[in-house]
Design a protein around this ligand. Sequence first.
Ligand code: SAH
Length: 506
Amino acid sequence: MAGIVYLIGAGPGDAGLLTIKGAACIKKADVIVYDYLADKKLLAYAADKAELIYVGKQADKHTMRQEEINQLLVDKAKMGKTVARLKGGDPFVFGRGGEEALALRQNGLQFEIVPGVTSAISAAAYAGIPVTHRKIAASFAVVTGHEDPTRQESGINWQNLAVGIDTLVFLMGVGNLPYITKQLIANGREPKTPAALVRWGTKPQQEVLVTTVENAAADVKKYGLKPPAVFVVGNVVKLRDSLRWFDNKELFGRQILITRARNQASKLTAGLEQLGASCIEAPVISIEKPDDAFAGLDNAIENIGAYEWIIFTSANGVSKFFERLANKKLDTRALGNMRIAAIGSSTAKVLCRYGVRADLVPHEFCAEGILAEMGTQVKRETKILLPRAKEARSVLPDELKKAGAQVDIVQCYKTVTADFDYEAVAAKLAAGEINIVTFTSSSTVTNLLKLLGNKKELLAGTVVACIGPITAETCRKNGINPTIIAKKYTIVGLISAIRDFYKQVN
Ligand code: SAH
């Protein structure tokens, strides 16, 4: 079968700005060829077996020359592969997408173009600058800033451009600003025209420098602004004062380390990113089968009628319990009139998915909370089932037993240290680049330390945020000082505690 190459616009940086069609093409690709401006997060759409090829391209360090990239695409397509060629922004806006498509056509190979969100418009938009605006700008042009200033004849019609178009957006122009601004002024653009540089637009590290045409080159030098950036010229730049929305979010510019298991991290990450933070997901734990391969849990399910209470202490415990129940071809009805407690609101929510409303959710989401509220209901010989993690604390069963209950503890899962390369994380911590480290359970604390080779001093320069007092206590026991402790022991509670912390700091 003949291969095909999708030339895909990967968008400007914010991974959410990839098109739905672009994502679908990445998913079905055998080979993914990507470069420096395409966000690495997009690779998460790739199939496990897909071949990932980085072809670099940065102004000064070309990892692979354009001809070699063209050849690579031709070769892979000839082999019958489905290739996703990811290009920053839009593939046909200064992306040399046209050249890649021509090479494919000349070799009789199939391609499709999947347009993308160009940085020319979106970087400005994320800086609060619309490229057109009623009564201020009726036209805009996207111009290369990469033209060689020593060339005899310019490929740019400076005379018409300088005064004929309201908003000008230069790409690849940072190094060439003295030349660009000189040409604009020499050709009649008012020197005091507002201008802005937007570096790494749409990304958490976005930087914006507001200036004027006459001062732009000097300001860029003064502040040391580096590529990649777009240079926006025109009166629309003034609108940033009233339309700024992205780089003034509460947590903008903060880097936060998320330590939950990979499949559980997303809610915390999404919530923090919504507030402008940049999250690094570094799963420290992974959830695995219990040591007894569910023998204890299966046995308890077979005798489920014998229990008066089931206490669920985690969302994972609930899902594993109901998976094993289903495995025995049973459903919620097997629980009959049994009473059910959930340690917190997330656990209760997962129970609802199985059609069960918890009879008891304590005000304080921890073992002590359950004990305080169940106390009077526990009588001698009350039979209680406690399906939970292997590593859970003993206070709950100990206290229940003291009150006379018969408690059966069964393992639903165990948490083990994740297989993850921690060197990059350790380096970021050492360099002070991580503002906050979040812990959502005691096991995230102990496993992160394990992965960092027990170097707790790496956490000394960062703010530590814990989901609740038990996790905070585990931190202290391990010589880590937690600064933020959520008042409500949930993910939402943790997010709002982080928010409150920065409200005080700012
Ligand atoms: N095809 C791309 C442009 C490729 S040329 C697009 O449509 O966006 C590379 C130039 O694009 C960079 O030098 C810079 O000027 C600009 N650029 C790309 N991504 C950017 C970003 N996130 N923020 C600011 N400028 C960006």
